[in-house]
Design a protein around this ligand. Structure first.
Ligand code: ARG
Length: 404
């Protein structure tokens, strides 16, 4: 009896060919696992395809809720965004997929897992670091990294074994998508000077085609978790889907990123992430109202660490556990609502409110009712400026001298 392998299966060309290849090269019986993280595919067609390509069994797991509650929302609470541009959709999905692959392997008594990544990207690292942390004994095979076939050879291989070649193979782009966003690479995008053509976008309208009337949207948060849109409570999956649709219609959510990959290369990536960008923006706006200045400053540093850690495949680490504890604690007062205006490709915060607001009208106002004690300011300034005056008198201010 041959051993079994659990293959992370997208239904695309590479993973379809991998089913046959794993049997031929390693004599493994292949069980495919297709994971639904909100990529809106026809999962029964994907199952059929796996079986047709020779899989022993084809599993499909609906992981949308797990993805939102254990990956997306914690990352939102952390304000995680990589290099200030990428909301980490793909990066966040990989540790979840690794976990489900490992679980499926245990369940089926398989000693091998396989994934369709090439040897140039971040995803191979995320998968393998995560899998080996969860189950060090499992063997990992990455067929597309190993087989050394060009695109054309892969297509020939598929045709030789009667594996249907999807029409999407004709597309020059490499695409990955889930609830938190969509990434597009390759083709003309590999020239960083070339503006991305309109055809790469499917979730967002061109801002020039967006409605001439703005939409206002109010997002309600409970301890840093979005729970309602325009006063209506929604589960996380529906809330994100609704915002992807709404913001996408206004052309909001496009990102053009020249990105630093973990494997050392720079790559040009286009993202569409309407819900993610709007939620990150709204969440930060509510934090600005409910967290003290020093909490905000420190949290920005944590956010960057947290984003790097996700990007770099370090989800299953103690550092992650520790940062998560900090982030969770930081969210205890982040409850309230944020109002945004979506219009012609832009999203702007136009209002915020919270029962825990640190904004005080009495302290801020220049009108009647001012509670700020202006007579205390000269003393404060005198002390605040003391080290500045002392140093200027003793050492001068040569760095700031304006030369004639
Ligand atoms: N550059 C992004 C990341 O590293 C997106 C990768 C998309 N992955 C893919 N296999 N197409 O997270």
């Amino acid at each position: 009896m041959s051993d079994k392998v659990i293959l992370a299966y997208s239904g695309g060309l590479d993973t379809s060919v991998a089913i046959k290849w794993l049997k031929e090269k390693y004599n493994l019986d292949v069980i495919t696992l297709t994971i639904d993280v909100g990529n809106e595919r026809d999962f029964s067609a994907i199952r059929e395809k796996a079986l047709k390509a020779g899989a022993l069994k084809a599993l499909v797991a609906d992981a949308k809720e797990l993805f939102v509650n254990h990956f997306i929302f914690p990352a939102l609470q952390a304000d995680a965004i990589y290099e200030e541009l990428y909301p980490l959709a793909t990066a966040l999905s990989r540790p979840l997929m690794a976990k489900l692959l490992v679980d499926a392997a245990l369940e089926a008594g398989a000693s091998v897992v396989a994934h369709g990544c090439t040897g140039k990207g971040n995803d191979q690292v995320r998968f393998e670091v995560s899998i080996s942390a969860l189950s060090p004994g499992l063997k990992i095979i990455a067929p597309a990294r190993e087989w050394g076939m060009t695109r054309e050879q892969t297509i020939n291989y598929a045709q030789r074994y009667g594996i249907p070649v999807p029409i999407t193979v004709a597309s020059p782009y490499s695409i990955d998508e889930n609830l938190w966003g969509r990434s597009i690479e390759c083709g003309v995008l590999e020239d960083p000077w070339v503006e991305s053509p309109e055809e790469v976008f499917t979730w967002t309208r061109s801002p020039s085609q967006a409605p001439d009337i703005p939409d206002y949207v109010e997002i309600g948060f409970d301890k840093g978790i979005p729970v309602a849109i325009d006063g209506q409570e929604l589960d996380g999956v529906s809330l994100i889907q609704r915002l992807n649709e709404l913001a996408g219609r206004h052309g909001v959510g496009r990102v053009d990123h020249l990105e630093n990959r973990l494997v050392g290369i720079k790559s040009r990536e286009i993202y569409e992430a309407p819900a993610a960008l709007v939620l990150l923006q709204a969440h930060r706006a509510l934090e600005a109202m409910t967290l003290a200045k020093d909490q905000l400053r420190f949290k920005q540093r944590v956010a960057q660490e947290y984003a790097d850690l996700i990007y770099n495949g370090l989800w299953f680490t103690s550092l992650h556990q520790d940062l998560t504890a900090y982030v969770k604690s930081s969210q205890r007062s982040v409850t309230g609502a944020v109002r945004l205006k979506l219009f012609k490709g832009s999203s702007n915060v136009v209002g915020r409110k919270s029962p825990n607001s640190l904004y005080s009208y009495g302290l801020a106002t220049y009108d009647k009712g001012d509670e700020f004690d202006q007579s205390a300011s000269p003393g404060f300034i005198h002390i605040w400026g003391l080290p500045v005056r002392t140093q200027a008198q003793v050492q001068g201010i040569s760095t700031l001298e304006i030369k004639k």
